[in-house]
Write a protein that binds this ligand. Structure first.
Ligand code: HEM
Ligand SMILES: [Cu+2]
Length: 612
């Protein structure tokens, strides 16, 4: 019998699996929060535009609200930044350079108000916090989504009311609104104060929302000790927002009443006490500097872990030090008033407690450095910004201890030394962390990759520009250049130093423009991002799609390992290794660099709850 050789089966090759789906198999995104639900295809033209705009304006999706905040605070940062460039330009030469002394007072005041109240207080918590908090704990949204949207509009209304003050003579008091001057000067103060009062509610409600969400909405397995450090810092920030913000609200209200009704509260001419104003003001505004910096600590912890491919060293110490800083922050406000005539005994006590804050802050710095030690440090743009943060914030912190020392501060108070100090903390700290975080989470938020080379160039320019602008101000300050001064006629030798600082501000501005251009380019032309380009181990990387869909997850994730257990998250070392919905962790795209994993050494530091 002849053997029949069966004709070779000519089947089509099986369709190649998508090289890098970026999400667990079978969990392709059905809704992407950027576009879905959205109007149907039948709606076109202007009607379509209107439908989409309305949907965004009335959205209660925490991710969309986060993005809207991001756009708003970025705008505020740009406005404040141009005002800063104007201030620096004025100081370029002695005497009048581009504006009169009165205008100068208004410009630096607006710079301060915009940067503090419109930009930095909401910056990280309202944008990145809103976007990430629910995803990181495995929830669908924050606890009170409508309240979240209300907070956004309250912020917007407050900002508009504050800026209305510009039409009523503006403000020239400095962002601190010190009385009795703020009682006597132009009427713009009324609007600015009212605006700050209104924006305060936004801050309080956001804090409340976050605290309830963290307490009540964590996914199964997401114990407190498995919460990403970013959330611990947001939690600590929220406590401060709730407890401190009412005080600035009431202070602004009192100032308002005093001006309108002429009742004596702060104005000695009416029987009031101006130092009382300073106490009220700083009772909020010192804790507020922790509203500004704590979220940055959280972002940096995430970056240090992911980009060192190492569990964040001393997780519990880093987490609890955020809470410690938040609480201690309420006890040190008097260090802003060493020269105000408060009792010497209280000055000594305030100085001492101020030193204490150095301890939890030092713990953090130490632990971040230790996380990098023997890690596999991967110098991508977010990590460059994190390292910039570490360097600049350390300088900001150490000079903070210097001005916190009672005797030293008598000399340095109200000089450029202080200006340099708080810019190292706020810009060198918070803004750098925010830039790092933005680059880190950009692929998740937008679904697009940014250009890595441009990112690195921006980080370099920002680093150089920042130090050129602000380091020299330490020197000018210690030589006696007072802050908030328009001119320096008795100190001609300061002119070249001011010029270096001003040129530095241009370099810094250029760096920030590169960041902006890179982002815009990425939205327009950027490559689609894989689900987990950096190999992160927290839920937004391992369990959510990219960009996340409307409800973040298809199933509520079951959390089986800690936030920095890269082994478990990426290699399934803890059994299923993943979010518990039966799928392996999405393997990061090798081409985008998680080839780094090859350098990852299992040094036995996996958290105890991983079963490896
Ligand atoms: C682009 C970078 C920046 C530059 C070049 C810059 C420059 C300046 C200058 C020249 C002053 C006036 C100093 C004085 O005479 O007292 C100033 C004040 C101030 N800046 Fe900035 N700044 C920048 C970014 C920021 C950021 C990011 C923040 C906060 C988040 C900030 C917060 C403040 C505050 C609170 C004041 C005090 C305003 C006042 O005295 O009422 N600045 N800045
Ligand atoms: Cu303070």
């Amino acid at each position: 019998m002849a053997t029949l050789t069966p004709a070779p089966v000519r089947s089509r090759p099986a369709p190649a699996a998508p090289k890098n789906p970026g999400y667990p198999q079978g969990h392709e995104p059905v809704h992407n929060y950027l576009h879905e639900p959205g109007p149907g295809p039948e709606v076109t033209g202007f009607a379509r535009f209107r439908a989409i705009a309305w949907e965004w304006m009335t959205t209660v999706d925490h991710k969309r609200i986060g993005l809207m905040y991001l756009a708003s605070v970025s705008l505020a940062f740009a406005v404040g930044g141009f005002l800063a460039l104007a201030v620096r330009l004025e100081l370029f030469t002695q005497g009048e350079t581009i504006m009169t002394a009165d205008t100068y007072n208004q410009v630096f005041t607006m710079h301060g108000i915009v940067m503090v109240f419109l930009f930095i207080v909401p910056s990280i918590p309202a944008s990145l916090g809103n976007f990430l908090l629910p995803i990181m704990i495995g929830a669908k949204d924050v606890a009170f989504p409508k309240l979240n949207l209300a907070s956004f509009y309250i912020y917007g209304i407050g900002a508009v009311v504050a800026l209305t003050g510009l039409a009523f003579g503006g403000v020239d008091t400095g962002w601190t609104f010190y009385t009795p001057y703020s009682k006597e000067t132009v009427d713009g103060v009324l609007f600015m104060g009212l605006g700050v009062f209104i924006m305060g509610f936004s801050s309080i409600l956001t804090g409340l929302n976050f605290i309830v969400t963290i307490h009540k909405m964590r996914a199964p397995g997401m114990t407190w000790n498995r919460m990403p450090l970013f959330l611990w810092s947001i939690y600590a920030t929220s406590i401060v927002q709730i407890l401190a913000t009412p005080v600035i609200g009431i202070t602004m209200l009192l100032l308002f009443l005093e001006r309108v009704l002429q009742i004596g509260i702060f104005d000695p001419a009416l029987g009031g006490d101006p130092v009382l104003f300073q106490h009220f003001f700083w009772f909020y505004s010192h804790p507020a500097v922790y509203i500004m910096i704590l979220p940055a600590f959280g972002v940096v912890s995430e970056l240090m872990g992911t980009f060192s491919r190492q569990r964040v060293y001393g997780y519990r110490a880093v987490a609890l030090s955020s809470v410690a800083i938040a609480l201690l922050g309420f006890l040190v406000w008097g260090h802003h008033m060493f020269t105000s005539g408060q009792s010497p005994v209280s000055s000594v006590i305030f100085s001492l407690i101020t030193f204490l804050i150095g301890i939890p802050s030092g713990i953090k710095i130490f632990n971040w450095v230790w996380t990098m030690y023997k890690g596999s440090v991967w110098l991508q743009t977010p990590m460059l910004y994190a390292l910039t943060f570490l360097f600049l914030f350390t300088i900001g912190g150490v000079t903070g201890i210097m001005v916190g020392a009672l005797s030293v501060d008598i000399h340095l108070h109200d000089t450029y030394f202080v200006v340099a100090h708080f810019h190292y903390v706020m810009m060198g700290g918070t803004v750098m962390a925010m830039l790092g975080g933005l680059h880190y989470w950009w692929p998740k938020m937008t679904g697009k990759l940014y250009n890595e080379t441009a990112g690195k160039v921006s980080a370099l320019l920002v680093f150089l520009g920042f130090n050129m602008t602000f380091f020299i101000q330490f020197i000018m300050g210690s030589q006696g250049m007072p802050r908030r001064y328009y001119d320096y006629p008795d100190m001609p030798w300061l002119e070249p130093l001011h010029q270096i600082s001003t040129v530095g501000s241009w370099v810094l501005g250029l760096g920030l423009m590169v960041v902006w251009a890179n982002g815009m380019w990425s939205l327009w032309k950027g490559k689609p991002a894989p689900g987990n380009p950096w190999g992160g181990a927290t839920l937004e990387w391992t369990a959510a799609t990219t960009p996340p869909d409307h409800h973040n997850f298809h199933h509520t994730p079951l959390v089986t390992h800690g936030p920095y257990d890269y082994n478990a998250a990426l290699y399934g070392a803890s059994g299923d290794g993943m979010s518990g919905d039966g799928h392996a962790a999405p393997v990061p795209d090798v081409t985008v660099g998680v080839a780094q994993n090859e350098r990852f050494i299992d040094d036995g530091t996996s958290q105890p709850d991983s079963l490896s």
